[in-house]
Design a protein around this ligand. Sequence first.
Ligand SMILES: Nc1ncnc2c1ncn2[C@@H]1O[C@H](COP(=O)(O)OP(=O)(O)OP(=O)(O)O)[C@@H](O)[C@H]1O
Ligand SMILES: O=C(O)[C@H](O)[C@@H](O)[C@H](O)[C@H](O)CO
Length: 171
Amino acid sequence: MRALVVMGVSGSGKSTVAQALCSRSGATMIEGDQFHPARNVQKMQAGIPLNDEDRQGWLELLVKAANERLATTQHVVVACSALKRSYRETLQQGIPYIGFVFLALSEAEATQRVTHRPGHFMPASLVRSQFDDLEPPHDEANVLTLSATQPVTDIVDEVMAWWPRTLDTGS
Ligand SMILES: Nc1ncnc2c1ncn2[C@@H]1O[C@H](COP(=O)(O)OP(=O)(O)OP(=O)(O)O)[C@@H](O)[C@H]1O
Ligand SMILES: O=C(O)[C@H](O)[C@@H](O)[C@H](O)[C@H](O)CO
């Protein structure tokens, strides 16, 4: 599979794990946070959760960015919350040969991390709403679910052991 989406709630470690995966695999990183329109960031900063409409345009930008990168690079890793099944379907329909790594952790753990993370626009008060929106990807194809509280190197080891990167089948 040529594209891997590292997904989960805020604080689950998407950016950290996606970066480490790119270092290990040579894949190109796409940081979902950087594709939010300014109004989405302003909303989150103001403590207002994004809704489906806010996220739709953002997901379309991510699809476009992933396809642009895949024209010149073999593999991409996208850090994107992809909380709902419909969001994952949008990504799946737009990006060929895609898989998902779901970083699972409790609300208390996510809140703890977001509270102590410096210099980020996401307030800890929004973590609850992230869990309200989260539809864990049970029974969906091409998903690896991992505990987000393991050391990052262990997470990357597990992803690398699972990730089929075959070129000819695109799987
Ligand atoms: N496996 C881990 N063990 C311990 N701390 C971690 C781990 N993964 C990430 N962290 C820490 O948790 C915090 C959140 O990580 P990160 O910013 O990567 O999460 P995120 O899912 O990308 O969040 P957001 O969606 O809000 O951008 C950071 O301070 C990071 O250093
Ligand atoms: O779908 C969402 O609600 C957003 O993508 C959030 O998850 C934030 O972007 C991220 O968590 C903050 O960095």
